[in-house]
Design a protein around this ligand. Structure first.
Ligand code: IMP
Length: 180
């Protein structure tokens, strides 16, 4: 299955069924880890809306969810340094927090979000992500819950976009004409 978004061509390499199975596995990990607790999930917009929805449908523990946007300096999509959390007014002191990301690439975004959340003294913070690019990751912080590990290529679908397009594609699509 191929699709064109703006100037690039993409092809599906992970099916919707595989995505669903991976999200179910992460939900099981979280149901076990947070049994008897009431974690607060923090979805990072825009991309994590899909993962957040699919994950929460599969959680059986008592839980809350909120969303946050990050303000960053823009250059290329992955080099933006997170400078602030927009629209995040929750009191998280003493709470167990789970950050929900669509993708962890170099890891600089998640590490900055982690720093900003830790300033507010939560009891604990864990990270759950739909996609993880281990070969691109440059940080030491462990990514606690990973649905799917992918190679170092630009991808869209299941919430992820290329300049605004592709978030609605089911499964995961990989760019096939990326210049070397
Ligand atoms: P990091 O800070 O390098 O980990 O990059 C994280 C952010 O870059 C993600 O939240 C996405 O917005 C964006 N990003 C990184 N890789 C991709 C990709 O393959 N497709 C779409 N967005 C991506």
């Amino acid at each position: 299955m191929r699709v064109r978004l703006h100037e690039h061509e993409f092809e599906q390499f992970i099916s919707e069924n595989e995505v669903n199975a991976a999200v179910t596995r992460v939900a099981q990990e979280l149901n076990a880890h947070y049994a008897g607790q009431r974690p607060l999930f923090v979805g990072v917009l825009n991309g994590a809306f899909f993962f957040a929805t699919e994950l929460l449908k599969r959680l059986t523990i008592e839980c809350e969810i909120t969303f946050v946007k990050v303000a960053s300096y823009h250059g290329t999509s992955s080099s933006g340094k997170v400078t602030d959390l927009i629209g995040f007014n929750e009191r998280i002191e003493g709470r167990h927090i789970v950050i929900l990301e669509d993708i962890v690439d170099t890891g600089s975004t998640i590490v900055h979000i982690l720093d900003l959340l830790r300033d507010r003294h939560p009891a604990s913070v864990r990270i759950a992500t739909l996609l993880f690019k281990p070969d691109a990751y440059k940080q030491q912080v462990p990514i606690d819950h990973v649905a799917i590990r992918i190679p170092n290529a630009f991808v869209v679908g299941s919430g992820l976009d290329h300049n605004g397009l592709g978030r609605n594609l089911t499964g995961i699509y990989r760019i096939i004409d990326q210049p070397a």
